[in-house]
Design a protein around this ligand. Structure first.
Ligand code: FCB
Length: 630
């Protein structure tokens, strides 16, 4: 997942909750007010997200909007979030929902918020309502964002509402947040779609290191803070027993053990520990002499992200970086910050850590809690006077990296009528024929989606009308038709404006369930303009390959030299299409393959492909799909 993240109160504007109440007395005394006015600019902001090319967007749902007073439910607000989900999905962006991101309705805060165990069910009710509404479309759910930050900032450092400074109250809140998380997890998992959806906790990992490495007292302090801020929470989810920070004993929490399908990691920095650390955020934290301070005054420390992964590894859960970013007003540090943290993430994945995604904090500059508008975390600059959004250089950098690394667009040749299927395809394109209850095109898209593709371009030939009304949830699918049949090459040339720089080419009447990742890696390593998948197990052969390259291709006439058969799924650089500028009818395979022989990389994979060229083969495909759930 390549993502960006936000939180409701930081961007929506016009909220009335425990935070808006607290703001006049907060450190910056700035009011969130209109914030990014996202509530009014939803569609425009979805455009900003799509423009980055990301596949996922993490946002939070503002409980105080849904339940402004006890027992009330605002359908209109619910619809707003539901529409946001639809808009994202229509653009091929998968939503990730956070159910608690620091804010509470005022009535609930007045009843003591997380200080009272008997308040928890109100929040869980809200969660189940939202899950009921959105879980048919939203797969990824975060229960609580950063319980340790909420507890520490609100009840120890006094910087977040309610501005308390009491270890005792903090302990109660910590305990109840873990209870709330566990109850929420269990409730959602028991609902419709619960088994299918992924629900997890989001943990901020703040590393603590000794200021003086030779000083055992500093080591002890670092380790104490680490246990309080990080380890006890992780251990809670692992074992079901939670000892709140500064607490003397651990508590068994019903349902807590194993209460996460993934672990969200928010990572920003490390702090250097001495026994005399400031308990006020105004005082600059200690840093190493070679480290660079971010605007937040803490240092950029990218290798810490790897240490954060190692810290949660023992949970044996998929890891998702649900937040990482930097406060950097003039955007001179953020590009490097992004590169370093992505590098660390890539290395961790290469070393076998199960990191599934990376969400940059944040999409755009926003209301940074106690810091107000002074700390800018966005990939887009926001002018808060005019609400104008402008992509920063770092945003362009992230966009370029995402575009180069996310799974490419799939392009599906779906125009064929399939003469051998007789009357079945007289007026139905082959790709729309139902196999095992669904059009083959749906099966093809399901597979591509599973492989991480979010954008599909379907070339419908001259039968475009037949595809009207076809939808596929969670992918953005574009259809492109031709006025008259153009052949496979002509179809691609005709759609050139819709092609991404690199795309995966599939045949609309073949199901070829291969893993895309090794194919894409082979393509990237080979530097070839085109990489084709070749099977060596086929009843006929149509090509000769040697040294990893296609040497000869002939669809019509086999030669005794032939040692492979083109299986479908290939990776194509758009430049191949553009170089062969020919209008009208032409065949892709018969033009490009001979012309590029000796240059086309061959990727060997013997996974069978299933075509439906004849009634017999259609029956075999049907049988395969009955057996294998894609
Ligand atoms: C995290 C919060 C997020 C944002 C970043 C900078 O702790 O989850 O809302 O404020 O810090």
């Amino acid at each position: 997942m390549w993502g960006v993240a936000t939180a409701s109160h930081q961007i929506e504007g016009g909220n009335s909750n425990n935070w808006s109440q607290f703001e006049p007395s907060s450190k910056s005394q700035q009011l969130s007010g209109e914030a990014c006015n996202h509530w009014e600019r939803r569609s425009e902001d979805v455009e900003l997200i799509t423009n980055l090319g990301v596949s996922h967007y993490r946002f939070s749902i503002e409980w105080s909007r849904l339940v402004p007073s006890p027992g009330e439910w605002d359908d209109e607000a619910a619809r707003w979030y539901s529409d946001l989900v639809d808009e994202l999905l229509a653009k091929g962006v998968q939503p990730m929902v956070t159910l608690h991101h620091f804010t509470n309705p005022i009535w609930w805060e007045e009843r003591g918020g997380f200080e009272r165990q008997e308040n928890i069910h109100h929040w869980v009710d809200f969660c189940t309502q939202m899950f009921g509404l959105l879980s048919d479309r939203v797969e990824w759910w975060c229960t609580i964002n950063e319980p340790a930050v909420y507890t520490t900032m609100g009840y120890v450092l006094g910087e977040f509402p309610p501005g308390a400074r009491s270890f005792k109250r903090a302990r109660t809140v910590a305990l109840n947040m873990m209870r709330a998380h566990a109850q929420c997890y269990r409730a959602l998992k028991a609902m419709n779609n619960g088994a299918r959806c992924k629900v997890g906790l989001v943990k901020n990992i703040n590393l603590f290191d000794p200021y003086r490495r030779w000083n055992p007292v500093h080591w002890a302090q670092a380790s104490l803070l680490d246990r309080m801020f990080n380890r006890c929470w992780i251990k809670g989810v692992k074992t079901g027993r939670f000892r709140p920070p500064s607490g003397l004993r651990s508590h068994f929490i019903e349902g807590l053990k194993g209460s996460s399908d993934f672990i969200g990691v928010n990572y920003y920095t490390h702090l250097l520990a001495t026994p005399f650390m400031p308990t006020k955020v105004e005082i600059d934290p200690l840093i190493r002499p070679w480290e660079a301070r971010t605007d937040f005054r803490y240092p950029m420390y990218a290798v810490g992200l790897r240490r954060a992964f190692e810290m949660v590894k023992g949970l044996d859960l998929p890891i998702i970086v649900t937040e990482n970013g930097v406060a950097d007003d003039d955007d001179d540090m953020r590009p490097e910050h992004i590169r370093r943290h992505l590098q660390i993430t890539a290395e961790a994945i290469a070393d076998g850590l199960d990191v599934r995604g990376f969400y940059h904090w944040s999409l755009m500059d926003n209301f940074e809690w106690a810091e107000g508008y002074d700390q800018r975390f966005g990939l887009y600059h926001v002018n808060f006077a005019t609400q104008q959004r402008t992509l920063k250089d770092s945003g362009k950098e992230y966009q370029a990296i995402v575009k180069a690394h996310r799974t490419p667009q799939v392009v599906i040749m779906a125009g064929g009528l399939g003469t051998r299927l007789g009357k079945m395809t007289k007026d139905v394109p082959k790709s729309l024929i139902e196999v095992s209850g669904k059009p083959i095109l749906t099966h093809i898209l399901n597979w591509a989606q599973k492989q991480g593709c979010h954008n599909a371009l379907v070339l419908t030939g001259h039968l475009g009308e037949a595809f009207e009304g076809f939808t596929h949830q969670g992918m953005s699918v574009h259809f492109h038709k031709e006025a008259s049949p153009l052949g496979t090459g002509g179809a691609l040339w005709n759609a050139r404006d819709l092609l991404e720089e690199r795309f995966i080419l599939l045949w609309g009447d073949d199901l070829h369930p291969i893993e895309y990742k090794p194919l894409l890696e082979r393509h990237a390593e080979s530097d070839a303009p085109l990489t084709m998948t070749v099977t060596q197990h086929h009843d006929s052969m149509n090509l000769h390959h040697e040294n990893g390259l296609l040497q000869t291709y002939n669809k019509d006439e086999a030669s005794s030299q032939f040692n492979g058969y083109e299986a479908g799924t290939s990776v194509v650089e758009k430049s191949v299409v553009l170089k062969n500028r020919v209008d009208g009818v032409w065949s892709w395979e018969q033009t490009i393959y001979p012309a590029l022989s000796g240059k086309i990389a061959v990727y060997l994979d013997d996974t069978p492909f299933w075509d439906m060229g004849t009634p017999e083969r259609l029956a075999l495909l049907e049988e395969f799909l009955e057996k294998t759930a894609l």
